[in-house]
Structures are given as structure tokens and as C-alpha cells.
Design a protein around this ligand. Structure first.
Ligand SMILES: [Zn+2]
Length: 138
């Protein structure tokens, strides 16, 4: 039996490219509190990053653990039915993420992924932003 009901799954499906999700809002809230200047969803950049910090040429993607396959994460579980279908779908998501990262890096951007499971803890978000956006020790 799948862990998620089909109803929930279709909601998750439709969330793949949705914006302004709870994890995104958490990251923005913390970035704002830290006084970092950011912009949202720049469509002129590959992959339309969720946040960018223009002065630091840094882009952030806030990724759902399930859809983007957070390695080793309990939320990146495998569906029990239609296995091949889902594996293909996951693989194309992962491939796209890699391609987008490379394109941004080729343009001189630093790319950071924040996983949904990490956004449950504001201290963890703050640590990630400090270390990876500000290049500061925590
Ligand atoms: Zn995760």
C-alpha cells in the first residue's frame, strides 16, 4: 500500500512547479530576518530559482524531498505501484535539476539547494544561509 493516498498524491503532483509553498515562505522569512536582500522567481534565469541574492550572485532552490529525491531522506520514499513510471518521473526531475544547476554555474552563479525537510527548523535554515550565502562560519 502506498504511504500517500491518491488524493494527496494528485495534490502533490500539482505542486511540482507551484510557487510560494510553505517551505519557500520559511526560507524567505529567515532570509528577511537575517537582513539579506533577495528577489523571487526570476524567470530570466535557468530553472526560475525560488530566491536569488543578486549582490552575491547566489541562487536558491527550495526542493521537495519527494519529487526531487533528497538522497537518504525518509520523505524520498518509493511508491509501491507503477514503479517504473515513478522512477522515470523522478529521474527526469533529478536530471532537470542537474542541468539547471550547470547552466547557472556556467553563468557564474552559486547554486544552493535547501530541502523541504530542512525548512521545518528555522535555526537550520539560518545556518544554511549563513554558511552558504554569507560564506560565514556558524
Ligand atoms: Zn529531505
Amino acid at each position: 500500500m502506498d504511504v500517500v493516498s491518491s488524493e494527496k498524491r494528485s495534490a502533490m503532483m500539482s505542486n511540482i512547479k507551484s510557487r510560494n509553498t510553505r517551505p519557500e515562505l520559511e526560507v524567505r522569512r529567515v532570509a528577511h530576518r537575517l537582513g539579506l536582500r533577495f528577489r523571487l522567481h526570476r524567470r530570466d534565469l535557468p530553472g526560475t530559482p525560488d530566491l536569488i541574492f543578486p549582490s552575491r550572485r547566489t541562487a536558491i532552490f527550495v526542493h521537495g524531498c519527494y519529487w526531487h529525491r533528497h538522497f537518504g531522506c525518509k520523505y524520498a520514499y518509493n511508491p509501491k505501484s507503477n514503479v517504473e513510471f515513478w522512477q522515470n518521473k523522478f529521474q527526469s526531475n533529478v536530471n532537470r535539476d542537474l542541468r539547471v544547476r550547470r547552466e547557472l554555474e556556467n553563468r557564474g552563479w552559486k547554486v544552493i539547494t535547501i530541502w523541504e525537510c530542512e525548512t521545518k527548523d528555522q535555526k537550520m535554515i539560518a545556518d544554511i544561509l549563513f554558511q552558504k550565502v554569507c560564506d560565514a562560519a556558524v
